[in-house]
Design a binder for this molecule. Structure first.
Ligand SMILES: [Mg+2]
Ligand SMILES: [Zn+2]
Length: 217
């Protein structure tokens, strides 16, 4: 059975969460309180993102990119990425962040974004306010970008699902659909799935590479 590696971006490939860094810098409002509603399953991430990004009253691309350009990729990701390309493995990035900054961060780190799909939300700037566009239809989970639907599609195509992630938006697709789950140590995904036999915690991609080789290749 072929494998598909489904990988989150913020806090998984990058060391920090770009969205959180942007919100922390661009609004004084309590955007963290909205995350709590998501954790308690009171609202979905579509409603949460709309609320949170709406808290930014006025911004510019210059301001946004100044923050985005400070984001760092996990140094262990480069070797992993080269290995994925060399082995010609199916690799996709699933993100509840925005296509624009994901491409920018990867490209400025010399990672060729043409070799895999990046499925994320879009954002534009209209009168200095952020305008979000979601690329999946509204779902029962209230997702912004429904990672579940993307992973389900791959599973239905016959792939074994390897899921790599860290946060709230990774819980549902990982828990429901993954054959193996690599979760960042000490973050929401790892905490929520503690005790699940498919769960492997990681702090470097070298560990994931070794484990995938052992299990699947
Ligand atoms: Mg994340
Ligand atoms: Zn969904």
């Amino acid at each position: 059975m072929p494998i598909a590696i489904c990988c989150d971006f913020d806090g998984t490939i990058t060391l920090m969460d770009t969205g959180k860094a942007l919100l922390s810098n661009l609004t004084k409002e309590d955007w963290q309180a909205v995350d709590k509603f998501v954790i308690n399953c009171q609202i979905g991430t579509r409603e949460a993102l709309t609320k949170q990004w709406g808290m930014i009253e006025h911004t510019t691309w210059k301001e946004i990119f100044t923050i985005v350009d400070t984001m760092k990729i996990d140094p262990s990701f480069y070797d992993f990425y080269n290995w994925v390309i060399e082995k010609n493995l199916k690799f996709i990035i699933l993100s509840d962040g925005f296509q624009k900054y994901i491409n920018r961060i990867l490209e400025s780190n010399k990672i060729n974004t043409e070799s895999f799909d990046i499925l994320a939300n879009d954002v534009d700037l209209v009168d200095n306010k952020l305008k979000l566009t979601f690329n999946t239809p509204e779902c029962n989970h209230g997702c912004a970008n429904c990672k579940y639907s993307h992973v389900l599609k791959l599973k239905e195509e016959g792939y074994k699902i390897i899921y790599i992630g860290d946060g709230l938006s990774d819980i549902l697709p990982a828990a429901e659909l993954a054959d193996i789950i690599y979760a960042r140590n000490n973050e929401d995904l790892a905490k929520k799935l503690e005790g699940d036999s498919r769960l492997q915690v990681f702090d470097a991609f070298s560990k994931i590479k070794k484990d995938i080789e052992k299990r699947f290749l």
